[in-house]
Design a binder for this molecule. Structure first.
Ligand code: NDP
Length: 496
């Protein structure tokens, strides 16, 4: 599988020899000498071996980042020069887009069309957007007592530990590094153990673009060791984390000891609400995109699909029928819409939820099991699944599944839709489908979530903030809001 695609020679280099980590501008082995395997989710075969960073490597990386920050080679570089470097990073990502997309698909399993036309261009666009901010981060002159001149400087936070997940590996690097570099910080980035390859290739491109040694350090490894060491390290000023709510809470607790700044982008159980006056065909397509994009491994996936009672049965049937037409298989086949899950662990987790749903009485209209068709049996594929007969208190309606699984749930009226939609500990995103513009506005305001899409779903743009309400986390990524995560105000008083 995937063999029909002619891989870029640089991809072959990358998946062949063991990959090292980036510390202080140099590619080095783990201090322990240990490595771990990263497999191809479509075939289960080992793709590459990667240096397994641990507390000692994290300590070396943090000290390099601290030194680089304190020496000021980055924060005090002329803004226009830093802007030039970020623009070069964007250009290099675009220049190597085919190679990066191939690496992403091999390591994560997502369809190549998504890697090549969504993730990689968006990563380049994120660096380009934040390059533009570097010359526009202003302080203020404040109307103080005229006996003084008071102004604010907007300074970088310092050394940032950035821990990212496996669902959008390169894009998450860009969401973290774009704003932190723009604001003059230095970083230690820990990619997910399942998908370290594009982060490591990005490290090479960062050096080529002119990022000075120590400004970005990339330490692959495991969460409980490398990730935890980063969270605890006293020389780290800020942790930016994307991942599970469970680990987010752990980070919240652990960082209390050193009072680091923290931003958390966590899980979701997003309501996607379809009223009977909606354009049904558009809503079906939106529901599909909302839950089967990236095989459902998306924090804002619209996994609780609320459909107005009188439309419910017809809508569920239509959704199941359309989902049944989506091709699942080789991620390098341009016709493939749904790839494998990222890991065996994720496969077990998702099939566990399918079993729990069926046990509690939910009925799969389609799917409901692993896909072991010929050619897919060694990969970690789960059939796109549409459940009906789901009650809000069932496990599959409460917990984040992170797979291609949607629950279709009826509601009576607008009030009921909002009540059921908000009946979750999460608050990351929501969708509303209606032709009634007043209703759209009312529901968008009533839903407690960081993003609400009306008559669309999963629309992202670097200009718009993204983040959670409730247990979906705090802090906003993207847009000018992310600059608040990576700067702090200093008030300076001059006696006149
Ligand atoms: P995790 O939250 O465990 O992983 C996210 C990142 O955090 C990874 O880099 C991971 O390292 C790291 N990490 C894990 N434990 C710690 C720790 N104690 N201290 C510091 N860093 C840590 O998610 P999983 O990969 O285990 O996925 C489990 C579930 O989380 C999914 O099923 C999904 O529900 C949710 N999830 C949500 C995401 C989102 O976008 N909001 C993204 C990914 C998962 P390692 O490399 O070892 O995994």
């Amino acid at each position: 599988m995937g063999a029909a695609v002619k891989l870029e020679s640089s991809v072959e280099r990358f998946v062949g020899a063991p990959r090292k980590m980036l510390i202080d501008g140099k590619w080095v082995e783990a201090a322990s000498g240990k490595t771990f395997e990263t497999p191809n989710p479509a075939t289960g075969q080992v793709l590459a071996r990667v240096a397994a960073g641990d507390a000692e490597d994290v300590d070396r990386a943090v000290r390099a980042a601290r030194r680089a920050f304190d020496e000021g080679s980055w924060a005090r570089m002329a803004p226009a020069q830093r802007e030039g470097i970020l623009l070069r990073i964007a250009d290099l990502i675009e220049k190597h887009a085919d190679e990066l997309a191939q690496l992403e698909t091999l390591d994560n399993g997502k369809p190549f069309t998504e890697s090549r036309h969504v993730d990689i261009p968006a990563a380049a666009g994120t660096f380009r957007y934040y390059a533009g901010w570097i010359t526009k981060i202003y302080g203020e002159t404040n109307p103080s007592d005229p006996a003084f001149f008071n102004f604010t400087l907007r300074e970088p936070v310092g050394v940032c530990g950035q821990i990212i997940p496996w669902n959008f590996p390169l894009l998450m690097c860009a969401w973290k590094l774009g704003p932190s570099l723009a604001c003059g910080n230095t970083s230690i980035l820990k990619p997910a153990e399942q998908t370290p390859l594009t982060a490591l290739r990005l490290g090479e491109l960062l050096l080529e673009a002119g990022v000075p040694p120590g400004v970005v350090n990339i330490v692959p490894g495991f969460g409980e060791t490398a990730g935890a060491a980063l969270v605890r390290h006293p020389m780290v000023d800020k942790i930016a984390f994307t991942g599970s709510t469970e680990v987010g809470k752990e980070i919240h607790r652990e960082t209390a000891a050193t009072l680091k700044r923290v931003s958390l982008e966590l899980g979701g159980k997003s309501p996607n609400i379809v009223f009977s006056d909606a354009d049904t065909d558009a809503a079906v397509q939106g529901a599909l995109l909302g839950v089967f994009f990236n095989a459902g491994q998306v924090c804002c996936a619209g996994t609780r699909l609320f459909v107005e009672q009188k439309l419910h049965d017809k809508f569920a049937e239509k959704l199941a029928q359309t989902a049944g037409g989506m091709q699942q298989g080789d991620p390098f086949d341009p016709a493939t819409r749904v790839g494998p899950l990222v890991s065996k662990e994720q496969l077990d987790r998702v099939t566990g939820y399918l079993a729990a749903g069926k046990k509690e009485g939910a009925k799969p209209l389609i799917g409901g099991e692993r896909n072991t068709e010929k050619g897919l049996e060694k990969g970690w594929f789960v059939k796109p699944t549409v459940f009906t007969g789901v009650k809000n208190d069932m496990k599959i309606a409460r917990e984040e599944i992170f797979g291609p699984v949607v629950s279709v749930i009826p509601f009576k009226d607008e009030n009921d839709a909002v009540l059921q939609g908000n009946a979750t500990n999460y608050g990351l995103a929501a969708g509303v489908w209606t032709r009634d513009v007043s209703k759209a506005h009312r529901v968008a305001r009533a839903i407690r979530a960081g993003t609400v899409w009306v008559n669309c779903y999963n629309v992202f743009d670097v200009v718009s903030p993204f983040g959670g309400y409730k247990q979906s986390g705090y802090g906003r990524e993207l847009s000018s809001y992310a600059l608040d995560l990576y700067t702090q105000a200093k008030s300076v008083w001059i006696k006149v």
